[in-house]
Design a protein around this ligand. Structure first.
Ligand code: NAD
Length: 264
């Protein structure tokens, strides 16, 4: 294999189908020569993920539901047995009950708050610790977040609170793991039509509003995210850690849309 990622091995968590952001990242990594292992949630998704993995030359595909720590341990044990160590990890996992991805944040229930936080925020900390144990020579960890972490976005609700916790985790993990030459970063992607994205009420409005008001006047694709992920997961970003990197066509820094945009 040749390319930017030649000789590097890593785990991609969170591919559900070929629209998943994690899949966009996997394609970019594969095209630059990385060797990949995949994890999936539940047998139904496994059937989808296996052929995708095979198309990138990977036969390492393991079940892992982050709500069940035994499956997390089993997946990392399987990777350790195959490879001994890894160089990078991609975490593209989030969940919240869709009945709470609409209406008011104030109405969030205790049960869904906990579930959302465990799957969408804590799981990154949990897998980072296990990945770090497989990175004796250092490495790069990457998760995915959304600007609703710091700016109120209608219907994003408890997921925004979880993304805020996830982004803080990126900084704390970067500080803890930095002495071991392990870098920890996040990509904050603009809205993309995926399974998870479709769970947010009125996702179409979010999509169209961002498209109309972002400087590039478009939304981003999983390949846009893949390109930026390649930088963060490769040695090109060797001096970068604890960073929340926006891949959102510039939407994040717009304070107010131009008046003519209101007509569209
Ligand atoms: P997706 O539905 O393709 O991926 C979400 C993944 O999370 C799925 O593979 C699902 O199986 C996995 N998952 C959920 N619960 C799990 C559990 N208990 N254990 C293991 N895996 C579990 O959607 P996506 O949009 O590609 O989401 C990937 C990441 O990108 C998420 O963190 C999401 O919040 C983030 N993100 C998405 C957008 C967007 O607009 N789509 C924008 C910014 C950030």
């Amino acid at each position: 294999r040749s390319g930017l990622m030649a000789g590097k091995r890593g785990i991609v968590m969170g591919v559900a189908n070929d629209h998943s952001i994690a899949w966009g990242i996997a394609k970019a990594l594969g095209s630059e020569g990385a060797e990949l292992a995949f994890t999936y949630q539940g047998a139904a998704l496994g059937k989808r993920v296996k052929p995708l993995a095979e198309s990138l030359g990977s036969r390492l595909v393991f079940p892992c539901d982050v709500e069940d720590v035994e499956t997390v341990d089993a997946a990392f044990a399987a990777v350790k047995q195959e490879w001994g160590g890894i160089d990078f990890l991609v975490h593209g996992i989030a969940y919240s009950d869709r009945t709470e991805l609409k209406g008011r944040y104030a109405d969030t229930t205790r049960a869904n708050f906990i579930k959302t936080m465990v799957i969408s925020a804590f799981s990154f900390t949990e897998v980072s610790k296990r990945a770090a144990a497989l990175m004796p020579k250092g490495g790069s960890l990457l998760t995915l977040t959304f600007g609703g972490s710091s700016r109120v976005t209608p219907n994003y609700n408890v997921m925004g609170v979880a993304k805020s916790a996830l982004e803080a985790s990126v900084r704390y993990l970067a500080a803890d793991l930095g002495p071991d030459a392990i870098r920890v970063n996040a990509i904050s992607a603009g809205p993309i039509r995926t399974l998870a994205g479709a769970g947010i009420s009125d996702a179409r409005f979010m999509f169209n509003y961002t498209k109309a008001h972002s400087p590039l006047r478009r939304t981003v694709t999983i390949d846009d995210v893949g390109g930026s992920a390649l930088y963060l997961l490769s040695d090109l970003s060797s001096g970068v850690t604890g960073e929340i990197h926006f891949v959102d066509a510039g939407y994040n820094f717009i304070g107010m849309p131009r008046s003519e945009n209101l007509q569209s």
